[in-house]
Design a protein around this ligand. Structure first.
Ligand code: URA
Length: 447
């Protein structure tokens, strides 16, 4: 009966054995199991779930469906930081240089944006010359030299995930916690990570809309990771409002550079109603948490790496190693700035038209949709995007606003489209006359 038994067991609420899950991952990777059978199994899992043992066995089977990177020749500790994705989430661009400046080695595969959540690869491709197609050999060599290598996904690592993810996309089975868990962790294991710090986003701009949902995903990731032999912990972070002031590819790189260049971090008072300060705070929290997990320091260590300029130097070293021209790097980054923020020939401010009050909410999902409409994101895989466009968020929840003050700026190249998007966003923020508590971006840590 072969794979039919695997489907039937899951359909009837039974368990799949380790051997069955290995056969499944192999068959997905080499295409020997037809899509209609894999689709049926995915739906059975979506409806009946996988227990922790099955989730771990599936994760390892998917990790072993291709090559595994061998990081044993690279000085450790080896860490991977992963975000489940959100609107304006550019933390990787800041957290990786901080950690590399503190002696951590990271070999990381990242994805492109799809839907409202952006992708690190798209953001980095805003930098002229930045290569996102490193081979596994190039990644290892670069990580050895500078501590960071980041590339797009290669079909050589965890190919079963590529095949299963494409099918999940078209069978309504993406939102399954065990399938998400196996998908994320199989790629980390194939990439050679020993320690994984997960940023599980929670809110309107994320996969997981509520705290109980985010907790369930974080718990599954942490428990499965441990069963697979990883050291893993998860930070659940707020995505009910956009993260930081930039949503859009080039402008997110600029914002990350602004944080990396910041020298006043020790003295600046934390202001959670200021989007840039909130983003900077989250980067330090995530990096500090990773350093704690590795026993290499804490938040103060992460802050010091920023304040001393070491994280900024590391970022420039990283960009140069991945193809950005050393001679012209400043010029290139200025170009990013010009092409990004200043492309705003058609910059349209979205004003608060009511009386003064306090920002109660900013709908992150609608801001993400606005960026897609401007051409900065995709609704289908493979679509080309415009790196220059985006939405700049001026205030965070809790900020006091007055009549006619700008709340967003829409940045684009087509005036008519910008005006349309500005009008779409007019009621994406809610103002109340009662004071509103600012929201700490760190909601919970799951070990
Ligand atoms: N990210 C992944 O890599 N896989 C999923 O299934 C969901 C998010």
């Amino acid at each position: 009966m072969g794979f039919l038994d695997t489907i039937a067991a899951k359909r009837d609420g039974g368990e799949n054995s380790k051997e069955q899950l290995i056969e499944l991952a192999k068959g997905a990777a080499d295409k020997s199991i037809p899509d209609y059978q894999l689709g049926a199994w995915l739906m059975a899992v979506y409806l009946n779930g996988l227990n922790p043992r099955e989730t771990a066995d599936l994760t390892l089977a998917m990790a072993d469906s291709g090559e595994r990177l061998d990081l044993s020749g690279i000085p450790g500790p080896h860490l991977d930081k992963h975000s489940t994705g959100g609107v304006g989430d550019k933390t990787t661009l800041v957290v990786l240089p901080i950690l590399a400046a503190c002696g951590v080695t990271m070999v990381k595969m990242s994805g492109r944006g799809l839907g409202i959540t952006g992708g690190t690869i798209d953001k980095l491709e805003s930098i002229p010359g930045f290569r996102t197609d490193l081979t596994p050999e190039e990644m290892i060599d670069q990580a050895k030299r500078i501590g960071i290598a980041l590339s797009g996904q290669t079909p050589r690592l965890a190919p079963a995930d590529g095949a299963l993810y494409a099918l999940r996309d078209v069978t309504g089975t993406v939102a399954s916690i065990p399938l998400i868990t196996a998908s994320i962790l199989s790629k980390k294991i194939a990439g050679g990570a020993e320690t994984v710090v997960l940023d599980v986003k929670c809110g309107s701009g994320a996969f997981m809309k509520t705290l109980p949902e985010a907790e369930a995903l974080a718990r599954s990731l942490v428990d499965t990771g441990k069963l697979c032999g990883l050291k893993v912990s998860a930070v659940i972070t707020d995505m009910d409002q956009p993260l930081g002031m930039a949503v859009g590819n080039a402008i997110e790189v600029i914002e990350a550079l602004m944080v990396l260049e910041s020298k006043n971090i020790q003295s600046a008072r934390l202001n959670l109603t200021d989007p840039l300060s909130r983003f900077q705070y989250l980067c330090v929290e995530l990096a500090g948490h990773a350093l704690e997990v590795l026993g290499l320091g804490d938040r103060a260590t992460a802050k010091e790496a920023l304040k001393s300029g070491r994280a900024h130097e590391k970022a420039i070293e990283w960009f140069c190693a991945q193809g950005v021209d050393q001679e012209t790097i400043d010029l290139d980054l200025i170009l990013v700035r010009k092409e990004g923020w200043n492309t705003a020939k058609g910059a349209i401010p979205v004003m608060h038209t009511g009386d003064w009050g306090f920002l109660k909410s900013i709908d992150a999902e609608r801001v993400g949709q606005a960026v897609i409409k401007l051409g900065g994101g995709r609704t289908e895989k493979g679509q080309s995007i415009d790196h220059r466009v985006g939405v700049s968020v001026i205030s965070a929840v809790g900020h006091r606003v007055t009549h006619n003050c700008p709340v967003f700026t829409v940045l684009g190249v087509d005036q008519k489209l910008c005006k349309e998007v500005a009008s779409d966003l007019q009621d994406a923020f809610v103002v109340t006359n009662e004071p509103v508590e600012p929201v700490n971006p760190v909601l919970k840590i799951v070990h």
